[in-house]
Design a protein around this ligand. Structure first.
Ligand code: G6P
Length: 612
């Protein structure tokens, strides 16, 4: 997740690019850079926010009518000045900004190194710019042709803009799986990751399609070709948006946007890490410590908040699939309890921000006791990522809404891959089931898309229960942590008191609270404990509770008993949480909105809890 802005025309490029990058900072803000052509090429890059770049370039020449800029959310290589974009090719001629991941960068890099190319950063992007250079050098091609051929050789995702020092009258841009918009002004053209940097200069835009390459000329003319080199007729659209809204990608709140991003972020969490048809899972960090993990006495998961709920799902996954004993700990409890941890244990820290003070302290303690520390983190280069011996990023992109949504499903995705990989290595899972689970993992994003289409139904249900003062969430097995997460979401953003409970535990206490005013959300998709949960729903209905049931498509029994039903597609049981949590997120979002709450910034909460 990075932001790109580029300009070619008659105005000064630098202020346009800087302003644009600041609008795109929600996409990443660990480093920023610009390349500007004014007879010579000036490249300025800085770790930190766009403001840090601005301060750095304050006393430097920022003149030029053509330039490219970038705000980074690190994937390959830590956030620092060297890894910041733009990246320059070995011969100093080409400059590139990139949003995405070049998955096959390693073999490409090795081949280029053999040919004498040198690299100054750890990024996949520097590989791409040198690949373009090598093609251009070899056949003396135009920039656009060299870009086109280079892109036929890469796997992964990209939105790129390239500037050639020897031909500063054009910019070449392309996209695949990462967004890129072309803005068409009077004698000027813009590129950006979304329309926010463009909107005050022109409302005429073209959203590039996957595998399209655009050439923008200084005279304001442009041409778009496919990667197969056929000319396309671009669809020019008029923007009808307020800046405020499109910063959130057209959504009213970051939380809603992040809920809708999940089909993509789950793909990003799996990208390059598994292949169902070939039957492999490869988590870089895990391979290195494979023996220690496979032979561990025990896995201890330390986390807080929503991340703790992901950890609880992982307990079910690791135990069932890999037959490994697991303990899930609130990091704040673990750190102060003088726990028994040995060098035969593996401690998995789960954290979106990678900065949660209690989780960090818990892993420092476990590290002193000799355990292997494995981090499942979203924010690249964060403290927990750095304090871990190994780990896997979830690649969910910046999560701005304080109530975590896409980070949760990203964590569960990576933990599922980890459990499956260990199950396979420990010989605890049949080949058939392993393959079925991998195949089903690939189907999850599509199934989430389907659930998101139930949004208006969920909104209606939200309207029916929005005035409640309490709510109960019930689930069994894999859906028990989802019940906890559903209740937490509701509490966090709507300020309704809510409790999550294992469905069968209800009769040991919460059943006393049930009356006609008590909404009871029952996550009833389980295959294995299905009859049991039917009984639990009956117990609630016998006391006049209002049941909102989440069931598998086509389910008949609970659907008839419940007051409201939300259907989700069928999946294999260990993967259910990735689907059943989506209605929980949407329900709390709509209830909070109807109650006039600030959905993105709920009172008293923070996104990153760096105090105990
Ligand atoms: C805060 C956030 C939660 C998050 C928790 C743990 O409470 O509001 O959304 O789940 O911290 O944060 P972490 O960054 O470690 O996942």
């Amino acid at each position: 997740m990075c932001g790109i802005v580029a300009y070619i025309g008659t105005q000064e490029a630098y202020p346009i690019i800087i302003k644009g990058l600041q609008r795109l900072e929600y996409r990443g803000y660990d480093s920023a850079g610009v390349a500007l052509m004014n007879g010579t090429l000036n490249v300025y890059k800085r770790k930190g926010k766009v403001q840090d770049l601005l301060d750095f370039a304050d006393d430097k020449s920022t003149k030029g009518n053509v330039g490219i800029g970038h705000t980074r959310w690190a994937t390959h290589g830590k956030p620092d000045d060297l890894n910041a974009h733009p990246h320059v090719s070995s011969n100093g001629r080409l400059t590139l900004v990139h949003n995405g991941i070049i998955e096959n960068y390693e073999p490409l890099k090795k081949a280029l190194q053999k040919d004498g190319y040198t690299f100054s950063s750890e990024t996949d992007t520097e590989v791409l710019i040198n690949l373009i250079q090598s093609i251009q050098d070899h056949d003396d091609l135009s920039l656009e042709e060299a870009v086109r051929i280079a892109l036929t050789k890469v796997n992964g995702a990209y939105a790129i803009v390239v500037l050639d020092k020897n031909d500063p009258n054009k910019l070449v841009a392309a996209r695949k799986a990462s967004p890129l918009v072309l803005g068409i002004g009077e004698d000027e053209l813009f590129f950006a990751s979304d329309a926010t940097p463009i909107i005050e200069y022109t409302k005429k835009v073209v959203y590039l399609n996957d595998l399209e390459i655009a050439v923008a000329n200084r005279n304001g003319e442009f041409e778009i070709r496919t990667i197969d080199n056929s000319l396309t007729t671009p669809y020019v659209q008029e923007l009808e948006m307020e800046i405020e809204r499109i910063e959130k990608g057209g959504y009213d709140y970051f939380m809603l946007k992040e809920i809708h991003e999940q089909p993509k972020t789950i793909c990003d969490a799996m990208r390059g890490r598994m292949n169902a048809s070939e039957g492999w899972i490869r988590l870089g960090g895990l391979e290195e410590h494979s023996n220690r993990l496979v032979n561990a006495d025990r896995i201890i998961i330390a986390a807080c908040g929503t991340s703790w709920h992901s950890g609880l799902i992982a307990e079910y996954l690791f135990e069932e699939l890999a037959r490994m004993p697991v303990e899930v700990e609130y990091a704040s409890e673990l750190r102060y309890r003088n726990p028994v941890i040995t060098e035969k244990d593996v401690v998995i820290a789960v954290s979106q921000s990678g900065e949660t003070a209690d989780t960090l302290a818990a892993i420092e303690l476990a590290d002193e006791k000799g355990a292997l520390i494995y981090g499942i983190v979203n924010v690249v280069g964060s403290s927990i990522a750095r304090a871990s011996d190994a780990g896997s990023y979830i690649h969910a992109g910046p999560e701005i809404g304080v109530a975590s949504t896409k980070a949760f499903t990203g964590q569960v995705t990576v933990l599922t891959l980890m459990a499956l990989n260990l199950a396979f290595k420990r010989g605890k899972i049949s080949k058939t089931y392993y393959h079925q689970l991998l195949t089903e993992m690939e189907a999850i994003p599509g199934k989430i898309e389907k659930i998101l289409k139930s949004n208006s139904k969920i909104e209606y249900i939200a309207g029916e229960i929005k005035d409640s003062t309490n709510a109960l969430y019930l689930g069994r097995g894999y859906n028990f942590p989802v019940a906890l997460e559903g209740a937490l979401k509701l509490k966090e953003i709507s300020y309704i008191h809510a409790e999550g409970y294992p469905a069968a535990e209800m009769k040991h206490g919460p059943i006393a609270l049930i009356d006609e005013n008590m909404p009871v959300v029952v996550i009833a998709t389980n295959q294995s404990a299905y009859e049991k949960i039917v009984s639990n729903v009956q117990e609630v209905k016998a006391r006049n509770g209002k049941v909102i049931a989440v069931v598998t498509e086509g389910e008949k029994i609970i659907s008839q008993m419940a007051d409201y039903t939300i259907e989700i597609p069928e999946t294999l049981e260990p993967l259910t949480p990735l689907l059943s949590v989506i209605p929980m997120q949407l329900l709390s979002y709509h209830i909070a909105l109807m109650r006039g709450c600030n959905v993105d910034q709920p009172r008293n909460l923070a996104k990153s809890v760096t105090v105990e």
